[in-house]
Design a protein around this ligand. Structure first.
Ligand code: GAP
Length: 464
């Protein structure tokens, strides 16, 4: 069998995701809404399984990590203290010919010049001038650009502004979820019986006024983050950093089974001034290796900023030594949507079955598959088969996400389930009526086994 996995173009994945109800353009009947997407029935299930897998690996499997669900809206003072109001920006330049505004780091990247995201505006402008001959406007092809200006990415709202006073400080939709963790640090410490080292994890929506937004769900304006902040003693930070890098690598390569050639580390060369070390895990998306997750040693910057701005003591007192300090932080941060795209890229295959036959199959890790088992009566016009199949569906769906399908021949039903990555297809046939066994067909090997009805659940659990 010739495998062409991970070679699908982004256009193929976009079309596939729409056709099989994974991802839709937002407000599509109105022509769409830039960089905003909706998850369809299978997409919603896949996204939910991605969140669950992360939560299990981070919260459930760590006795010293607790969960949090903080609000999207926070006091505007949070975003002042964190530095987002002043510094959370992308460098934007305007094409002098057609007036299109473009992110300069992306212009340079297309021209083969690497600009680190953490570069100052001045450094970016120097690069832009040095490479004037190489950069091209994506709209008109022009190469004459204004100097880059910082464009703030925070999304503003008018929440609570009942007077319509535009001089009033706006309320922002959160630009990252971790600020909700920092401002709840003391609440968690005082209530959750945790001791340093410990972590707080949360999954939630974040919003950014992204300028370049033409990479499907890789870069959205409304997206979801899964972030964990690990609080440690200052001298323990670099060890914790090493430990979390290893754990997050394990999550991708072992838990999710990403192939090693599709994933790599990228070490930041230009660190933000407070960071001690920063690595990204990059995945080989259809448009090349790009950041999937960040693992950063952030020092005491975040808690220090909030302590200074709020006036509330966020120091930790070591119960053994009595020593007081501001905990240092190791952060792990990944987007649900970006991981969704990586998972889809990794799993998608147009498989050559020989003799001119092909199938599209998603080799999803079983824990992520939207549907775990599809249940088929061999024929829909045989009431005894349909009744039995309904019974099997009711039994399995109490434990697993299942789908009932009696439409078309079984071969076609297999293909439909292969496309959405269903690991098991359970067929109720005439033999079932005699001996209470069914066939269970495996998505990847396409082999079928006869299994007793009361053992199917165990069979799936064992092979899951
Ligand atoms: N708290 C740190 C932080 O927010 P970030 O590198 O800006 O750092 C972390 O974002 C992760 O969030 C990224 O690695 C990516 O997976 C995801 N992410 C960031 N911006 C995104 C966007 N516009 N669309 C989808 N995912 C995004």
């Amino acid at each position: 069998m010739a495998a062409t996995r991970a070679s699908a173009s982004i256009d193929t994945l976009v079309a596939f995701a729409k056709r099989r109800g994974f991802v839709f353009l937002s407000s599509e009947i109105y022509g769409g809404f830039a960089a905003v997407y909706d998850y369809g029935p299978y997409g919603a299930l896949l996204a939910r399984n991605i969140r669950d897998a992360w939560w299990r690996a981070m919260v459930q499997e760590h006795a010293n990590i607790v969960g949090l669900d903080s609000s999207i809206f926070m006091s505007p003072r949070v975003w002042e203290a964190s530095g987002h109001v002043a510094n959370f920006s992308d460098p934007l330049a305007e094409c002098k010919r057609c007036h299109t505004r473009v992110r300069v780091d992306h212009l340079l990247e297309v021209a083969g010049v690497f600009a680190d995201e953490k570069m100052s505006d001045e450094e970016i402008n120097v690069l832009l001038r040095e490479n004037k001959e190489k950069v091209r406007c994506p709209q008109c092809g022009g190469s004459d650009f204004s100097d880059a200006k910082a464009f703030n990415l925070l999304v503003q709202s008018n929440l609570g502004n009942f007077t319509g006073d535009w001089n009033k400080q706006p309320t922002y939709l959160r630009g990252e979820t971790c600020q909700g963790i920092y401002v709840n640090f003391k609440n968690v410490l005082d209530t959750a019986r945790v001791k340093v080292p410990f972590g707080i994890a949360q999954i939630g929506k974040a919003f950014r006024n992204e300028i370049t937004a033409r990479q499907f769900i890789f870069r959205k304006r409304e997206f979801e983050q899964m972030e964990m902040q690990y609080f440690v003693a200052p001298d323990a930070m670099m060890d914790a950093y090493k430990e979390w890098r290893a754990k997050r690598w394990h999550f991708y390569t072992e838990t999710l089974g990403f192939r090693k050639e599709n994933i790599r580390w990228h070490e930041h060369e230009n660190l933000v001034f407070y960071a001690k070390a920063a690595h990204d895990i990059e995945y080989c998306f259809p448009f090349g290796f790009k950041e999937l997750e960040g693992v950063h040693a952030r020092g005491d910057y975040d808690l220090m900023q909030h302590m200074k701005a709020s006036g509330v003591d966020l120091m930790y007192r070591d119960p053994q030594t009595g020593e007081k300090y501001i905990p240092h932080i190791v952060e792990t941060s990944v987007g649900v949507d970006r991981l969704f795209l990586a998972v889809l890229t990794e799993a998608y295959e147009e498989e050559d079955l020989g003799e001119g036959k092909t199938r599209t199959v998603l080799h999803l890790p079983k824990v992520l598959a939207p549907i775990t088992a599809a249940v088929f009566p061999l024929m829909k016009n045989k009431p005894a088969l349909v009744t039995k199949a309904r019974e099997v569906f009711d039994m399995l769906s109490a434990q697993y996400m299942c789908e009932f399908d009696d439409n078309g021949n079984v071969g076609k039903r297999y293909r439909r389930q292969d496309e959405i990555g269903t690991p098991y297809c359970v067929t109720i046939d005439f033999q079932t009526l005699e001996d209470n066994t069914v066939t269970v067909r495996d998505r990847d090997t396409m082999h079928q086994e006869r299994v007793a009805i009361d053992m199917i659940s165990e069979y799936i659990r064992k092979n899951k």
